[in-house]
Design a protein around this ligand. Structure first.
Ligand SMILES: Cc1ncc(COP(=O)(O)O)c(C=O)c1O
Length: 377
């Protein structure tokens, strides 16, 4: 009897252990992981520093809430802001990407007193009410709530001409993934993001970058905001942030920080000491192992070498890369898995999505290239 709710269709492999970029399966296979558990395993598996930090924190004090000051939580917030190299002033730690977005939207409504949000086609922001409402296509698939909690206008990706008409003085916020994840590693580009920034400044709306998937080094930069040179009012992030320990963060800049008043936000688990230790260890590793540089270098190597076999192009940035496939991506995905490589798919059926750990090396990419070449066009 299987008591688990059927959440996602499952891949035909059962993982019993993992090390580096390799998964060990119950039937004795070694699988090269280019998917990282939905972009989470940034440091890969059995990372020494991360494991030691969590072990030490578990022994020292496994939990106290935000009602009790803890140095590890304060350090995690400071490290995250410094890591971002962006003018953020406050960090609110929560537990999931959806929860971070839910809070970002709530803050935007409160601060502006307005009721409408602009979102982007293809975007994915989570499965709670507000995050689901701004997720493209959710209403027709899984949204589930009787009605959207507020008005949402969607604009097409990179549609510069649509911005002025939709983003007006009644708009509280724009929420956008600078590089869409689920949408297929689709990058919005500097021009579109800068145009959103400009229009937000004209209308008083707040710009929210959902960097749940593309943040914390995945593009080879601290955040995609750094890559594109556009500073949002808020960034939400999660996934890579904890390398598998559940955690998320809402970072806010000077316009928003005064709105984060006592008792306006809350959480039990968010910013717990284990999560904080994980965040600190992830940032430590990214910095001390120079992983941003590696993501940029090996990411470029993927794009330069892996346009072979069924792959006819690429999109995205860093280690959020979409390989454009001639045949349906799910067929390529299955063929790769049969050859010992786990990749991902996306809502775009012609995109094979790669979200590897930041420790990936060129030799691993060579295996991918050989496997793709052996599949044939
Ligand atoms: C860009 C983006 N935002 C939000 C979410 C939701 O995050 P979570 O599943 O942690 O709630 C995801 C999850 O895939 C995501 O990719």
């Amino acid at each position: 009897m299987d008591y688990l709710a059927p959440v996602f269709a499952q891949y035909p492999l059962e993982v019993v252990a993992a090390n580096g970029v390799w998964l060990s399966t119950r039937d004795g296979r070694q699988i090269l992981d280019l998917y990282g558990g939905h972009a989470v395993a940034a440091l890969g598996y059995a990372h020494r520093g991360w494991t030691a930090a969590l072990t030490a924190q578990a022994a020292a004090c496994n939990f106290q809430s935000n009602a009790v000051p803890m140095a590890v939580r304060a350090r995690a917030a400071e490290r995250l802001v410094r890591f971002s190299q962006l003018p953020f002033e406050r960090v609110f730690f929560v537990n999931s990407g959806a929860e971070a977005n839910e809070n970002a939207l709530k803050v935007a409504f409160r601060l502006t007193g307005r009721g409408k949000v602009v979102a982007v086609e293809g975007g994915f922001h989570g499965r709670t009410a507000a995050a689901g409402a701004v997720t493209w296509g959710a209403q027709n698939k899984w949204f589930g709530f009787p009605r959207a909690p507020f008005e949402v206008a969607f604009i097409a990706r990179r549609a510069l001409a649509a911005i002025d008409a939709q983003l007006r003085e009644d708009t509280a916020a724009v929420i956008v993934e600078p590089v869409q994840g689920v949408g297929g590693a689709f990058d919005m580009g500097a021009e579109f993001l800068a145009a959103l920034r400009r229009r937000c400044d004209e209308t008083g709306a707040l710009l929210i970058f959902d960097e749940v998937q593309c943040g914390v080094g995945r593009t080879g930069h601290p955040f995609a905001a750094n890559l594109y040179g556009v500073v949002p009012d808020m960034i939400t992030t999660a996934k890579a942030l904890g390398n598998g320990f559940p955690c998320a963060a809402l970072l806010v800049g000077p316009r928003v920080a005064p709105a984060l008043t006592l008792d306006s936000l809350g959480t039990t688990f968010g910013g717990g000491p284990m999560a904080s230790a994980a965040i600190e260890a992830v940032i430590d590793a990214i910095e001390s192992e120079r992983l941003l540089e590696r993501v940029r270098r090996v990411g470029a190597y993927i794009r330069a070498t892996c346009i072979v076999g069924p792959v006819i192009g690429h999109q995205g940035a860093g280690f959020l890369t979409g390989l454009i496939t001639r045949t349906p991506a799910r067929e390529v995905h299955a063929a790769l898995l049969a050859r010992g490589i786990l990749a991902g798919t996306a809502s775009d059926p012609q995109i094979l999505r790669l979200l590897p750990p930041y420790i990936l090396e060129e030799a691993h990419v060579d295996r991918l290239r050989e496997a793709l070449a052996s599949i044939g066009a």
